[in-house]
Design a protein around this ligand. Structure first.
Ligand code: AMP
Ligand code: TRP
Length: 332
């Protein structure tokens, strides 16, 4: 069976983009693939984290996976740092990855900002660790939002470089799965920026833990333009806020943008926003409530992670011993 690996960073403020771009798709893939879903805590450390916050957010992302419908009996759910092989394989890959490849990564440029000289080595090496995450399990498919496409291409390049260097076909070239109508959910405050955990304005995103009133308020306050909704998809051209809200509605109702403009074309935003708030609350409300319930049960989430780490660790150790043999590391 083909294997899936994907992950979310435990950096707080899990939002609708994480859900529609990633987690919801995973739920649908779990019957057809051998799935490994990770909470990538080592990646979170590429930017400063409060230790207690990091632990809490790791549990919160785990609860979100479970509440969204990922079944820990079918899938492996674990946190990255509990399997030491991720860091080890990242080092082996770091030794074969040309700097030129990393210099092309747009996410590093965004996150490092103006003072690139002060950015950490970990932030720079972030995509190498991501390649190690995927390839440690020889995963063939990686369901992610659109923003991870470039990192996935680098993972394929690293797998290819390893195979060439050691004259082997050991690693598969992992394929991105960018699925659904909302692969890039934009900020509710600015349709040209991605919805993101780190946006200082909470009104820019709908969090997976927001209650019904908060979701409705954020949708009502979402930026729009003064025109009524267009009645064709082409009419969304140059109207990023309208395009975003319509894409979100389509994803939430599992229809298409064409269906949504057919239903709401010519209507005012106020009417459309009421409908959008209703479907957002219907989808996220039960998930948020289930997350709270899971997090209130002591030991439940940690038990899932513990069991997942054992299962992931077993695969990782097996592959690492093969990788050691290929590269010539001695295991006396
Ligand atoms: P991160 O929050 O960066 O750890 O991302 C976790 C997953 O959510 C990845 O698969 C991302 O591609 C996806 N994701 C993050 N933000 C968005 C967004 N605004 N729209 C769609 N997918 C997203
Ligand atoms: N870089 C991804 C993100 O921020 C998270 C991630 C880390 C990941 N390792 C991964 C996603 C491996 C897929 C596969 O969204």
């Amino acid at each position: 069976m083909n294997r899936i690996f994907s992950g979310v960073q435990p950096t707080g403020n899990l939002h609708l983009g994480n859900y529609l771009g990633a987690i919801r798709n995973w739920v649908e893939l779990q019957d057809d693939y051998d799935c490994i879903f990770c909470i990538v805590d080592l990646h979170a450390l590429t930017l400063p984290q409060d230790p207690e916050g990091l632990r809490g957010h790791t549990r919160e992302v785990t609860a979100a996976y479970l509440a969204a419908g990922i079944d820990p009996e079918k899938c492996i759910i674990f946190n990255q740092s509990s399997v030491p092989g991720h860091s080890e394989l990242a080092w082996l890959f770091a030794c074969i990855t040309p700097l030129g490849w990393l210099n092309r990564m747009t996410q590093f440029k965004e996150k490092a900002g103006k003072h690139r000289e002060n950015a950490g080595l970990g932030l720079y090496a972030y995509p190498v660790l991501m390649a190690a995450d995927i390839l440690l399990y020889k995963a063939t498919h990686v369901p992610v939002g659109e923003d991870q496409k470039q990192h996935l291409e680098l993972s394929r390049d690293i797998a290819g470089a390893f195979n060439r260097q050691y004259e082997t076909d050991y690693f598969p070239l992992p394929e991105p799965q960018i699925l659904g109508e909302a692969t890039r959910v934009m900020s509710l405050r600015d349709g040209s920026n991605k919805m993101s955990k780190s946006d200082p304005s909470d009104y820019s995103r709908i969090n997976m833990t927001d209650d019904a009133d908060t979701i409705a308020l954020k949708v009502r306050r979402a930026r729009t333009d003064p025109e009524p909704l267009p009645d064709t998809v082409d009419g969304l051209e140059g109207r990023p806020e309208a395009a975003n809200l319509i894409g979100i509605y389509a994803a939430l109702t599992r229809t298409t943008r064409a269906d949504v403009v057919a239903a709401f074309g010519g209507k005012m935003f106020s009417e459309f926003k009421d409908a959008l708030a209703t479907v957002a609350v219907d989808t996220l409300g039960p998930i948020g409530a289930e997350m709270q319930r899971l997090l209130a049960e002591p030991g439940l989430v940690d038990g899932v992670l513990h069991r997942g780490a054992e299962r992931a660790g077993e695969i990782a150790r097996h592959h690492l011993s093969e990788i050691h043999r290929i590269v010539g590391l001695l295991r006396p």
